[in-house]
Write a protein that binds this ligand. Sequence first.
Ligand code: AP5
Length: 221
Amino acid sequence: MRVIFVGPPGSGKGTQATLLCQRFGLAHISTGDVLRESVHLRTPGGLLAEPYLSTGRLVPDDVVNALVADLFRAPSRPESFVMDGYPRTLAQAVAFDEMLHEHGLDVTGVLLFQLGDELIVRRLSGRWICPNATCNATYHVYNRPPRVPGRCDLCGTALLQREDDKEETIRRRLEVYHENTAGLIDHYRAQKLVREVSADGTIEDVYARVVKVLDKLKPRR
Ligand code: AP5
């Protein structure tokens, strides 16, 4: 199964991708996590990406496309995966199609998460993340609190709030999402790959919807 998650920031893409990948043994590819790790490690790509992430703007297409192409060029190239936050523009979708085609792969489906802007602001302002790159667990102060306040349940690392989860930056990220998504979705609708999923309700409710939608998708090859 090769699935792309598209949805506004805070709609639960990362939460659902983690659950799905654990259950079905898929690779979870989050360009946001990869970019945050490069910023943390102060790599050349991270230094270039940092001002975009901190202000809620998209990192240039060629930088993100190269990052994803590197992952697929590696001998450990994933065959079954959930793409969480990539592609995010029409140019990225076209580059991703070409890259998958070169490797003899295609996309099984594109899940479009739907959630209103005000709920998103509430969800993101309560989010805490584990900064340990091998963990990346996500919590919420009310909806998914850690067992020990401020500590990751899985690895014990001190939890952090993301730099871009301030209300002003969240609103900027939402604008960027709305500006870029129409062309992206039209591209995948033309391939009959898009399935809409309401991201409202509990994490378990949304997960049940995701699994139901995926059950109906047939792998093309
Ligand atoms: P990225 O990390 O991809 O962020 P995003 O798309 O803005 O999405 P989020 O991670 O904020 O939210 P999510 O939908 O995963 O929600 P989550 O599950 O965490 O990108 C960050 C930045 O990197 C971008 O702004 C850009 O600069 C750059 N970037 C990344 N990819 C790029 C690309 N392809 N091109 C260019 N630039 C790129 O849930 C949110 C909170 O809600 C959590 O606290 C969670 O516990 C809680 N929650 C989840 N589900 C529920 C539920 N059902 N009910 C209640 N609470 C819930």
